[in-house]
Design a binder for this molecule. Structure first.
Ligand code: AMP
Ligand code: MG
Length: 329
């Protein structure tokens, strides 16, 4: 059941009580808490098991609310917000003194975005205050793209869920640092580097700044993330049959592929769209379905049509690389 005005009123009440509310966005479900309240924000880190050096994104209704958490509003921020907000683009800008250190992991910048979902915009409007909103799942796991996914991670007593239906975008926002002179994409997402460059009229850099230029700027990008419970591997389509044949007898794989006819029993085929936007929207639910088959391994057939992946495929490639990154245990 999708949430209505009474649910928004209840959510506002809970948030003002410093409790947690999961909200829908066009990317994934966010775990909301009052962004300007250290105690409320600490609750988010605690319940997610999120490392305290991974800063949070502050969600705002519009540019006016964003400016309340920023010390300055660079020209690129104004251009990009005008072109893409509300939408899946997070801007890293100098932070104002009102933003608690816990939000920014002690750093001088804050990440802000205006999410494109009518329920969440109504929530922010009614609350009149910004919310932090990391993905509403335990740290390191697969992000939730529907209310049910959130309920699998947290009890109703821990987190009140505003059900806004399935997320249409399906992967996290693009994070772009506009706090320095040049724009730099720290995390690829649904808005591509090409779209950002076209908007600001100059080229954008990508990735972390090099070791000599200062601290890692987007610590959430380090280590495995967005990963299913079972070990996962990215594989070229040509090697799929061989990989399946090489598995221990009696074990099964879950295979994410557009070509389900290539997956013989006892393995589980999880059908994936060939189109990039639709692939992104489906990815996290597919990884959860893969885990639910209790496979020995999740094999993900490399889906992008050309190297290097561009547009939304660049973001998908980033998430798949993280989902399949080597683990400590
Ligand atoms: P999520 O956990 O999906 O909400 O992701 C938030 C992302 O934004 C992580 O990759 C963070 O490292 C990144 N982030 C948040 N605040 C900042 C900031 N001030 N500077 C750089 N990256 C940030
Ligand atoms: Mg997350």
């Amino acid at each position: 059941m999708q949430a209505g005005p009474e649910d928004i009123a209840l959510a506002v009440e809970r948030l003002r009580d410093k409790r947690l509310v999961a909200f829908p966005t066009e990317t994934v479900y966010g775990l909301g808490a009052l962004a300007l309240d250290t105690e409320a924000v600490s609750g988010v880190f605690r319940i997610k098991g999120r490392p305290s050096d991974n800063p949070l994104i502050v969600h705002v209704v519009d540019e006016a609310m964003a400016r309340r958490v920023c010390a300055g509003w660079p020209a690129h921020a104004a251009t990009l917000a005008a072109d893409f907000w509300p939408g899946p683009l997070t801007l890293v800008v100098p932070k104002s003194a009102d933003v608690p250190d816990v939000v920014t992991a002690g750093g001088p910048t804050v990440a802000v975005r205006s999410p494109r979902h009518p329920l969440t915009l109504a929530l922010l409007e009614s609350l009149g205050e910004p919310l932090v909103g990391p993905s509403a799942n335990r740290s390191g796991g697969v992000s939730p793209t529907c209310a049910e996914h959130v309920r699998e991670s947290f009890s109703e007593a821990e987190v009140f869920v505003l059900d806004g239906g399935p997320c249409v975008g399906g992967i996290e926002s693009t994070v772009v640092d506009v706090s320095g002179g040049r724009a730099r994409v720290l995390r690829p997402g649904l808005i591509s580097a090409e779209q950002i460059a076209a908007s600001i009229g100059e080229s954008v850099e990508s990735g972390e700044r090099g070791g000599h230029e200062g601290p890692v700027r987007s610590p959430g990008q380090v280590g495995p993330h967005y990963a299913p419970r079972a070990p996962a591997r990215l594989i070229e389509e040509a090697y799929l049959a061989g990989a399946l044949a090489g598995l221990e007898p009696g074990t099964s794989a879950a295979v994410l592929t557009p070509r389900v006819d290539q997956v013989p029993a006892p393995h589980h085929a999880i059908a994936m769209p060939a189109d990039g936007e639709r692939y992104a929207a489906r990815l996290y639910a597919a990884l959860r379905e893969a885990d639910a088959t209790r496979p020995a391994v999740v094999l993900i057939v490399k889906p992008w049509p050309a190297e290097p992946p561009t547009g939304v495929w660049a973001a998908i490639a980033d998430r798949l690389r993280r989902a399949t990154a080597p683990r400590d245990q």
